[in-house]
Design a protein around this ligand. Structure first.
Ligand code: PMP
Length: 428
């Protein structure tokens, strides 16, 4: 490690320099790409081939209109006009952009109250509290709920925000294999036999965005009831998108939402907005308000965001909204089937609207994103550290807003490059 004259290490981790120069450098043009429009069924991107070392947000390059398979917009509520955009614009005119205060001070408006009531009713539980950022909902909510003496049984694929929350909570964490309920049960029974934990909490997600897999919720709930454990469920990718009524993975699996102790979710994916919620019993929500740092110390959710989410949530409960949920499912099934026919490697549950395509290496990931952009298709590549080093993938995000023609165009673009990049791993 480099040290200065006084013997202190640099402020930043030198690994970052290595990573930027030798790893990120070769793929950097597919990240941090500026977007110049709403992230709807189409999006305008800058194509960038700059040659700088740093992660700067260069605004050079040609503008290109693309069909958008990269942003989360499962139900198509991210749009510059319509009921949601009108509600958000009206909220800006009435309240301005932000309240200038945390919730616990002068940061709570009628919009927050209505959104919390509507969220609880939508999910079928007693109460809910909302926050300005989904990531912070986990990272600050978990330490508010859990503390020393708690044991957490955590799925190995849990999101970074959950992992950070568990670290900040000073709990003991034991990791079980992804979606493996038998492994979870073994760990749970061993922990109970130790007889030294104040509480034992299972932490899982509804839909795992890197895998497109769905938690076996009925089995997890049966186990937690049998053994007297508690359950924290992150529905970031499933609320709005899963289940016949779009109520999330509980709806999908036919589980009573009141059997899940903590329902957490975000407004980022299905509601075309930002922020997160924690929902469940009134006691739970009161505890999160009182003990989670976000309620008292972080700025409240922007009122225009609350207005957008409220309008979207009300829309989902209408027949038109249920039709959106069905359209998302149809688009997902169609796209997955066509990818399988093409012989590329996809995985995950048939109903998951996030569809990962395994390309293995960073170079194939960058080539795929780059060549698809050139053909008018915006996608996102994910690799290390979000995935194992040799398991880079492209993540296609389907939307109810996509037309069949747009999906066909994307598939034709992929068919064009699939042999050049070497993505066909299974025989047709
Ligand atoms: N939880 C999960 C499972 C996620 O995938 C994400 C982000 N994609 C978050 C939490 C964080 O939410 P946000 O992006 O809304 O801050």
């Amino acid at each position: 490690t480099e040290r200065n004259r006084e013997g202190y290490a640099p402020l930043y981790n030198p690994f970052e320099q290595f990573y930027s120069r030798y790893v990120y450098r070769r793929v950097r043009h597919i990240f941090n790409r500026p977007i110049c429009s709403t992230p709807g069924a189409e999006v305008t991107l800058k194509e960038r081939y700059t040659d700088d070392y740093n992660w700067s947000f260069g605004f050079t390059g040609t503008e290109r209109r693309c069909i958008n398979l990269g942003s989360y917009n499962y139900l198509g509520f991210a749009a510059p006009e319509g009921a949601c955009a009108d509600a958000a614009a009206a909220a800006v005119r009435r309240y301005g952009l932000a309240h200038g205060s945390p919730r616990a001070e002068l940061g709570s408006s009628r919009l927050h109250r209505d959104l919390e009531r509507t969220t609880a009713d939508f999910l079928g539980v007693e109460s809910a509290v909302v926050f300005g950022m989904g990531f912070a909902t986990n990272a600050l909510g978990l330490p508010g709920l859990l503390g020393a003496g708690a044991l957490v049984l955590s799925d190995e694929n849990n999101h970074a925000s959950l992992i950070l929350g568990l670290r900040l909570a000073h709990v003991t964490v034991r990791v079980f294999r992804h979606n493996d309920v038998r492994h979870l049960e073994r760990l749970a029974r061993a922990a109970i036999a130790e007889a030294r934990w104040k509480k034992i909490v299972i932490v899982v997600e509804g839909v795992y965005s890197m895998e497109g897999s769905i938690v076996p919720l009925a089995a997890v709930v049966a186990l937690k009831k049998q053994l007297g454990l508690q359950l924290y469920l992150d529905e970031a990718h499933s609320v709005g998108a899963m289940g016949p009524r779009g109520r999330g993975v509980t709806d999908h699996c036919g589980v009573d939402p009141r059997d899940v102790d903590v329902l957490m979710g975000t407004f980022t994916k299905s509601f075309g907005a930002a922020g997160g919620y924690i929902a469940g019993s009134a006691e739970l929500v009161n505890c999160v308000r009182a003990q989670g740092h976000a309620h008292a110390y972080a700025h409240s959710m922007a009122p225009c965001v609350a207005a957008q989410v409220l309008a979207a949530m009300r829309a989902i409960t209408s027949p038109e909204g249920v039709a959106r949920v069905r359209r998302l499912r149809d688009n997902t099934h169609y796209f997955r089937q066509r990818l399988r026919d093409m012989g590329v490697l996809t995985f995950g549950h048939e109903d998951s609207p996030v569809v990962p395509m395994l390309v293995y290496t960073f170079s194939k990931m960058a080539a795929t994103v780059e060549r698809l952009t050139a053909r008018g298709v915006a996608t996102v590549g994910v690799g290390f550290p979000a995935t194992p080093l040799n398991k880079a993938r492209i993540r296609f995000c389907l939307s109810a807003a996509h037309t069949r023609e747009q999906l066909d165009e994307c598939l034709a673009a992929l068919e064009d490059i699939v042999d050049e990049v070497g993505l066909r791993y299974s025989r047709r």
